[in-house]
Design a binder for this molecule. Sequence first.
Ligand code: UD1
Ligand code: CA
Length: 460
Amino acid sequence: MPLEVIILAAGRGTRMHSDLPKVLHPVGGKPMLSHVLGTALSLEPTRIHVVIGHGGESVRAAMEPLFATAADRFNWVVQTEQNGTGHAVRLAMPDVDTKSRCLILYGDVPLVSQDDLHSLCRAEAALAILTASPSDPSGLGRILRDGVGNITGIVEQRDASPGQLAIGEINTGILLGSATDLARWLNGIDRGNMQGEYYLTDVVSLATADGETVHGETAQDPDRFLGINSRGELAMAERTFQRLAAGALMEAGVTLMDPARIDIRGETRFGRDCVVDVNVVLEGVVEVGDGVNIGPGCVIRDARIGNHCRIHPHSVLENAELGNHCQVGPFARLRPDSRLGDHVRVGNFVEVKNSELAEGSKANHLAYIGDSTLGRNTNFGAGAITCNYDGARKHRTVIGDDVFVGSDSQLVAPVRIADGVTIGAGTTVTRDVDQPALVVSRARQVSYPGWKRPTRKPDR
Ligand code: UD1
Ligand code: CA
């Protein structure tokens, strides 16, 4: 039977106290709903119905560009009044093909595991539910079983007796059933409960009343099925995501000095034998080659790092591309569109923006290289800067191969420096230099022997 997925994402998320719809709050750098949509797509369903309500239009607008290639599989269902999970699913049912099976997921349960969903989908019962036994079951629906262990129903926390509250097995909310059976049971549920809502969970007792066995699949890692209703739960989900992401990196052969002190907010790919020290944040798409060492406290966003590079402590890289054997930092900043060739060194307190440094070039200390091109084996001295901005426009500085830019020089763009030029320390370069030469613009040094410092007569 083909599979269709219904994702519930219409809730208000009152306890977040936020203007942003709850399902758009990020986990691991991505809106929580996008995790669910991605996992749903991995099951290859024919359709995905997303029930939206509060802030629904902004939810849809945020998701559509992320899943443009699968747009034809999405169906957006609007639930204007949040009358409960059963009501939400019922609204989507008319769009579900009666010959399919239907899997219910939640927009605020972002870390659902694909493996558990696969196991659930293999169940042959008319109704299958995913259960878990977390260390703290409070607030969640409890699973009721009869004397021989068959599931007979689910009771919500607020409707449960003290005896039922002692049950440790909970309902993750995720369930699977045939579209026709689900539709029939959904028509049988009512609002006779403490919240006055249509509970999706009531289909369980209706199924058993029909003489059906309800299959219970136990989730491997209960942390992955905790719903997010508050900022505290958001932080817990973030930690779970990071634990899983760090585990996956180590599994793939990366050494993490402390897996509890790395944050991955995007997609990362590492080569062999890389080492990541503590408190590193990786955002966006970060691709790292073989034998790379990333020092403590680095923040790296959307970067490509070649083989055998060393990123020394507390460096910040954004939208940068590094060749092989580069050395960056400590305390370096590579801003967007920085491209370093092989064996380039960018040292402490050096800022590079929209610039290329070709193979073997160095800027080891305290420099600003903006909107520039540096050839090979050029040395950009301490305190030297490019003056790329005239107050209105940005201009380029083009420096050739084997150039020596003396300390504390200023290169006033637009300016071009030929191969082999030596710029003396403290020079302000305002004109092009088109052949190898020594360029110096500073005033000559003068000494006055015997000159006396002014003194002040002692106060009387
Ligand atoms: C639900 C389950 C509970 C389970 C828990 C797991 C019911 C009645 N209870 O409780 O057994 O342990 O999930 O987290 O199903 N939503 C809508 N429209 C609505 C109501 C809810 O789209 O009218 C969405 C919410 O946005 C949310 C999800 O459904 O994503 C769950 O709703 P919520 O009210 O949080 O259910 P719980 O009380 O957590
Ligand atoms: Ca609720």
